[in-house]
Design a protein around this ligand. Structure first.
Ligand code: PEP
Ligand code: CO
Length: 476
């Protein structure tokens, strides 16, 4: 093993250690009542093998560098709160299929490779605005995600056994993702097997079939000229979650050889092997707090949520702390302001970054979900499709105006026909919300609403391309 005590780790001096975050203040800090049980779970996690490999993490970072440079598009999506119960064949397959359908639409529209990241296989920890809530007239601790406590009111105490359960559910989910993909769930030669039966809207279906036809033609063209390769039969799907629970992230963080370093002079770096991509949430991105301290030492590509409470000056400080080497694609800024605020706030954030030494190094990604949550009658949390659509459209417009590149979208979605967000082509109204509202946290787009958004982005880029007269197809 290389001596790392005297060299910089991930661009930082060695005062960073995997547990240096413990000396910092922390938001959303879990106070486990049973410290011995916590230590036992952490010891188990320390021993278990990595869930993902540094080679894959580096690969994703390279893809994200392409996104930062405008050569690819990033699609990230999945549940708000993934439950252990979602570790089940149908739930996993329907989400993979939806992400693939959407990326097909995006490839067709944006004419760029699409990098796919699921909010899957580990999205088990949730930040909460309030530590307590009222259920059936009783004050109980809030549900903080399956990795911390249970949704059932009798399971609200923090339970450290859940850390190890999270590891196993995450591994089982990723194992099945890998198996399904390796077995051809994404084979573009049979795209119509992607069960389109749930798309009833004729216009949406026609657009989708158009995109599928286009890709089939491309495939047959590639075959004819002998340019087909195995990439056509498999796709990559990377995993991600909010890096909220550092008691989980630290033991899965390992000092491993960087596979891109030379064999004669191997370098090591700290990889968080719980997922390929981790993000810091809106409530935990304080510069001098624990989460930024922990993630500044990690080699994985990272996301940071950016919202109405982010001062433009903090953005640069965050980039300097998390990416001192200015690696392109290392940081994804996930902007989430709300449809009514985006035009007032995004331009200054873009200028702060793009007029600095970090110009063209970040991935700009739009999360049109988290600034648009509202409560309707009986306190049900929902989001209006028109608001989501409008924030995304405004974000596309502003990036174009500012000369920057909107490289990605971050969505809460599910492959199931849920009724959690209002509107969309089905015209879901408030009375429909109770039909199939199954989210345990934020409302998600159903498959049709998610596909519609993909078409919106595709249409935007197709129009732009037709306007500029360029169109050379790229399959990714
Ligand atoms: C989330 O992504 O589920 C979330 C809690 O987002 P934010 O940190 O942006 O509020
Ligand atoms: Co959410």
């Amino acid at each position: 093993m290389a001596d790392t005590t005297t060299t910089k780790i991930n661009g930082h001096t060695p005062e960073w250690t995997p547990d240096s975050w413990r000396s910092k203040p922390m938001k959303q800090c879990p106070d486990y009542p049973d410290k011995a049980a916590l230590a036992k779970s952490v010891a188990s996690l320390n021993r278990l093998p990595p869930i993902v490999h540094p080679r894959e993490i580096n690969q994703l970072k390279q893809h994200l560098r392409d996104v930062a440079q405008g050569k690819a598009f990033l699609l990230q999506g999945g549940d708000c709160a993934e439950l252990f119960d979602y570790c089940e064949q149908n739930a996993i397959e329907s989400k993979i299929k939806l992400l693939l359908q959407m990326s097909l639409v995006l490839v067709w529209g944006a004419n760029k490779r699409v990098v796919r990241i699921g909010r899957m296989a580990g999205q088990y920890a949730k930040p909460r605005s309030s530590p307590m809530e009222t259920v059936d007239g009783r004050q109980v601790p809030s549900f903080r995600g399956d990795i911390l406590n249970g949704f059932h009111v009798d399971e609200r105490e923090l339970d450290p056994d859940r850390l190890v359960k999270a590891y196993h559910h995450s591994s089982a989910t990723l194992n099945y993702i890998r198996a399904a993909i390796a077995s051809g769930i994404a084979d573009l030669s049979k795209p119509l097997d992607w069960s389109l039966t749930h798309v009833h809207d004729p216009e949406l279906k026609a657009k989708y079939e158009n995109a599928v036809e286009f890709l089939k033609d491309m495939r047959s063209f590639m075959h004819t000229i002998g340019a087909e390769n195995e990439k056509f039969h498999t796709v990559d799907l990377f995993t991600s979650h909010e890096g909220l629970l550092l008691e989980y992230e630290q033991p899965l963080t390992r000092l491993l050889e960087d596979p891109t370093s030379s064999r004669t002079k191997p370098k090591q770096a700290y990889y968080d092997t719980s997922a390929h991509f981790l993000w810091i949430g809106d409530r935990t991105r304080q510069l001098d707090h624990a989460h930024v301290e922990f993630f500044r030492g990690i080699a994985n590509p990272l996301g940071v949520k950016v919202g109405p409470t982010t001062p433009a000056s903090d953005l640069l400080e965050l980039l300097r702390a998390l990416n001192p080497a200015r690696e392109p694609g290392k940081i994804t800024l996930i902007t989430r302001y709300g449809a009514d605020k985006v035009s007032a706030l995004l331009p200054a954030h873009i200028r702060a970054v793009e007029d600095s030494e970090y110009a063209r190094t970040v991935v700009w990604q739009c999360d049109p979900m988290h600034g648009n949550t509202q409560a309707v009658s009986r306190g049900i949390k929902t989001r209006r499709f028109t608001d989501i659509f409008s924030e995304l459209q405004e974000t596309l417009r502003i990036h174009k105006e500012q000369g920057s590149y909107l490289g990605g979208v971050h969505l809460e979605l599910t492959g199931d026909p849920v009724t959690e967000c209002l509107g969309g082509s089905e015209g879901l109204g408030e009375d429909d919300l109770s039909t199939n509202y199954t989210s345990f946290c934020d409302p998600r787009l159903n498959e049709k609403q998610a596909l519609e958004l993909a078409f919106l982005i595709a249409d935007h880029y197709r129009t732009e391309r037709n306007g500029s007269g360029k169109s050379s197809p790229v399959i990714g």
